[in-house]
Design a protein around this ligand. Structure first.
Ligand code: URP
Ligand code: ZN
Ligand code: ZN
Length: 472
């Protein structure tokens, strides 16, 4: 059996940091300890480097159709980009089609993901609800999908009414599933968008102005209350507001089984970025807010009020009429220019799957806001526990998958679109100077990234069935 011995590194988990060696045999971690040896293993000297579990991004949208286009990373290009940033498992959202079954919808996503380059799992969007759909939900558990995403916004498209959300929470509770929440106020948004368009407001900033932050806060508390009544766990995705953090904190302090996720973009950018001439680059839902919101989200990470940092990676080109070179081929995919004259037509979403770990390390760990152990918890271990992958993923333990990042904490990177593997024509962190970057990334014992070299390939990623997770 193929063996790799990583020696003299600093092992960093969600709870501990220690000097040690780590032995990989085949696809698994075989041993962790001091002064390990092996008769035939390839030895890697990790002196001065950190050994961490591969990142888990619980929130991606690859190959997602939206507004007459499609997100510009697919299940190969997005996986490859993720791997360069230290992520070895991603969780993508399956679209629920009208009149379909979950099995058929999942089959569509399984086919899209045949080109997977890292391990992956799915969440199911629950955007239509009736007795037949309700009866079909347990079939997801057999497919290894134990999560349902519901929306309190996107009226007439994705939103469920409160009664349906409450019923879904009860079914989730009964079957060991977790409901994920996109929290905004769909009705308020409808009114404000109509008024803004009638007044001739077409610029990107109106995307944020018509989706007020109070909508996120009230929707989080509203659905957290329903979760408490249903005694069902709830996970709030892409949290972007101080008010939302306050509501999450209130709910958790009152014993509601509610957890939260934020994304790097909400830690750094504000509505002012949407006022720029290229403001469409920052359009996603929910939108960027203020510096005070950024600060409160950082506080939520410092104080463990929020449990994960995902990305909501859903990239589009800024100028989808001009090709870029991707793996030597010209590629152009319609993007943000679709909404040049109407903010409601700008495809919603941002790149970030590669950026997440290096940016969070530089801004979080290097700047002393979070510890290296919190970094591992937020980027890997907590997601594994919440989503039913632990201890196979998110852990450095004998028997766990050998998804490992050898992290160079000293490496300096001039970051930006040229450095990134994400298949789009811009990067939110253009010209940022990063300190700390993956040096080697292993997926189930196989080296897939070595510095700037890609050693992975299409189809090597596996679909991972998930079991019931934990409430953290
Ligand atoms: O703008 C975003 N976030 N697009 C992806 C869909 C979602 O709601 O997560
Ligand atoms: Zn969402
Ligand atoms: Zn999303």
């Amino acid at each position: 059996m193929n063996a790799i011995l990583i020696k003299h590194g600093t092992i960093v988990t969600a709870s501990e940091t220690f000097q040690g060696d780590l032995l990989i045999e085949g696809e698994r971690i075989a041993l962790i300890g001091q002064n390990l040896s092996h008769p035939s293993a390839e030895v890697i000297d990790a002196r001065g480097k950190l050994i961490m579990p591969g990142g888990i991004d619980p929130h991606t949208h690859f190959d997602l159709e939206m507004f007459d286009t499609v997100s510009s990373d697919d299940h190969y290009t997005g996986h490859k980009a993720a791997a360069f940033g230290g992520t070895t498992t991603v969780m993508d959202f399956v679209v629920q089609n009208p009149g379909s079954t979950f099995q058929r919808d999942v089959d569509i996503w399984r086919r899209k993901a045949e080109k997977a380059a890292i391990d992956y799992s799915f969440h199911m969007n629950l955007t239509r609800f009736d007795p037949q759909v309700a009866a079909d939900i347990p079939s997801l558990v057999e497919m290894g999908i134990t999560t349902l995403k519901v929306f309190t916004a996107y009226n007439g498209r994705l939103r469920l009414d409160d009664a349906s959300i409450f019923r879904a929470l009860r079914i989730a509770k009964e079957h060991g599933m977790l409901v994920m929440l996109h929290a905004e106020n769909g009705d308020v948004i409808e009114v404000l968008v109509e008024e803004a368009l009638a007044a001739g407001h077409t610029e990107p900033v109106w995307h944020a102005l018509t989706r007020p932050p109070q909508g996120a806060a009230e929707a989080i508390l509203r659905v957290a209350g329903m979760a408490a009544v249903a005694e069902a766990p709830l996970y709030v995705v892409h949290m972007n507001t101080a008010g939302g953090v306050d509501m999450l904190q209130y709910a958790r302090q009152h014993g509601y089984p509610v957890m939260g996720e934020t994304c790097p973009q909400y830690l750094f950018f504000t509505i002012e970025h949407l006022r720029r001439p290229d403001g469409a680059k920052w359009i996603c839902s929910p939108p960027m807010r203020t510096a005070a919101d950024n600060a409160r989200l950082w506080e939520a990470l410092e104080q463990n009020i929020i449990q994960t940092v995902g990305t909501d990676h859903c990239p589009f080109f800024y100028d989808g009429t001009t090709p870029i070179l991707y793996e030597g081929q010209p590629v152009a995919i319609p993007g943000k220019e679709l909404g040049a004259h109407d903010f409601t037509k700008i495809p919603n979403g941002l790149p970030g799957v590669q950026d997440r770990m290096p940016v969070l390390w530089t801004e979080g760990v290097v700047k002393g806001r979070i510890t290296p152990n919190q970094f591992v918890a937020y980027t890997s271990t907590n997601a594994a526990k919440i989503f039913g992958l632990y201890p196979r993923k998110g852990a450095l333990l004998p028997g766990s998958d050998a998804d490992i990042v050898i992290w160079d904490p000293e490496k300096q990177v001039e970051y930006g679109v040229k450095h990134s593997q994400q298949r789009t024509d811009y990067n939110l962190y253009e010209n940022w100077r990063l300190t700390g970057y993956p040096e080697k990334v292993f997926l189930r014992g196989r080296l897939i990234v070595e510095n700037e070299r890609w050693l992975g390939h299409r189809g090597m990623g596996q679909f991972i069935k998930r079991h019931a997770g934990e409430v953290l």
